[in-house]
Design a protein around this ligand. Structure first.
Ligand SMILES: [Zn+2]
Ligand SMILES: [Zn+2]
Length: 273
C-alpha cells in the first residue's frame, strides 16, 4: 500500500512537471486553439494515473510467464549473447525491437475489430494535446505495452536483475516522455531529425478522422512506417481529429462500452471500411 502511495506521489510530481513544460508551450505555439468543452480534464486525469499504475501492477506476472514459456522456442544462445552486450548497445537494440513490436501491435489494433473497440478511445478526442498520450482504454494500453516489452525479456535484452531491469525502465521512461511530446499541441518541426524521430506533426496525422488514420503507427521511429508503407508527413498540419466510431462521452461509458456485444458490429464497420 505504501509502495502504491509512493507511486501516486511520484505521478503527481511528474504531472506538475509536464504541466509546467507543456501548458505554456501549447498556449504560445498552439497548432489548434481548443474549443469550449473539447478537453475532458477529469477523464484525462483518470487515464493518466490509471494507465501509469496498471502496467506496473498487472504486467509483471504475465510477462514473466510468457518469457519463461518462450525459452523453449528461442535458442539459448540468443539471450546469452544479447544480454552480454554493453548497456548502450542493449538500450539501442531494445528501443528498436520494442518500437517494432509496438508498431505491429498498434497496427493490429486498427485492423482487428476486437482491439479497435478499445483503441477507439485513444482516437476519440477532437482536440489533441499532451495528455492525449495517456488517454487510452487500459486494455488497449496493456496490450500494446505487453507486446512492446515481452520481446525484450524473450531476447535477453531485459531480465529480473537490477541490471536487467535498466533497459525496460529506460524504454518505458523514454517512450512516455516522447509520447507526451508527440501528442502535444505544439507547432514544431524538427527538420532532418524527422527522418529519425517521430514528432507532433507525424503523430497528429495519425489522429485524423479519415484517410490518414491508418498511417504513422510508430511511437518513436518513423523509419518503421517508411519500411512498411504507412508513412505520411506533408508540410501541413491536420484540420481535424477524432474517429467516426461512436465513443461514450463519459468515463464510465468509455471504460464499459468496449466490453458490450454491440461494440463488435461498430468496430467491424470501422475496420472493414
Ligand atoms: Zn491508433
Ligand atoms: Zn496517439
Amino acid at each position: 500500500m505504501a509502495a502504491i502511495a509512493e507511486q501516486v506521489l511520484r505521478l503527481v510530481l511528474w504531472l506538475c512537471l509536464l504541466c509546467a513544460i507543456f501548458l505554456p508551450l501549447e498556449r504560445r505555439f498552439a497548432v489548434h486553439q481548443e474549443e469550449a468543452g473539447e478537453r475532458q480534464r477529469w477523464p484525462d486525469l483518470f487515464y493518466y494515473f490509471a494507465n501509469s499504475l496498471l502496467p506496473m501492477l498487472l504486467l509483471a506476472v504475465p510477462m514473466a510467464l510468457a518469457a519463461q514459456l518462450s525459452r523453449s522456442i528461442v535458442p539459448a544462445a540468443v539471450p546469452t549473447t544479447l544480454s552480454a552486450l554493453p548497456l548502450a548497445a542493449r538500450l539501442l537494440l531494445a528501443l528498436l525491437v520494442s518500437d517494432l513490436c509496438a508498431y505491429w501491435a498498434h497496427r493490429l489494433a486498427h485492423r482487428w475489430p476486437l482491439l479497435w473497440r478499445f483503441h477507439a478511445v485513444h482516437h476519440s478526442p477532437t482536440h489533441v494535446y499532451f495528455l492525449t498520450n495517456t488517454r487510452a482504454h487500459p486494455v488497449d494500453l496493456l496490450f500494446v505495452r505487453f507486446c512492446g516489452l515481452l520481446p525484450l525479456y524473450v531476447l535477453g535484452l531485459a531480465g529480473p536483475s537490477v541490471a536487467g531491469s535498466a533497459t525496460p525502465v529506460a524504454v518505458i521512461l523514454l517512450g512516455s516522455v516522447w509520447g507526451f511530446f508527440i501528442h502535444s499541441n505544439i507547432r514544431v518541426r524538427l527538420g532532418p531529425l524527422e527522418w529519425l524521430l517521430s514528432t507532433p506533426a507525424f503523430h497528429h496525422w495519425h489522429h485524423t478522422r479519415h484517410e490518414h488514420i491508418d498511417r504513422n503507427f510508430a511511437a518513436m521511429l518513423p523509419l518503421l512506417d517508411r519500411i512498411f508503407g504507412t508513412y505520411y508527413l506533408p508540410r501541413t498540419w491536420p484540420a481535424d481529429y477524432g474517429t467516426d466510431t461512436p465513443v461514450a462521452s463519459d468515463l464510465g461509458g468509455q471504460l464499459a462500452a468496449p466490453f458490450a456485444p454491440a461494440a463488435a458490429s461498430t468496430a467491424l464497420d470501422r475496420t472493414e471500411s
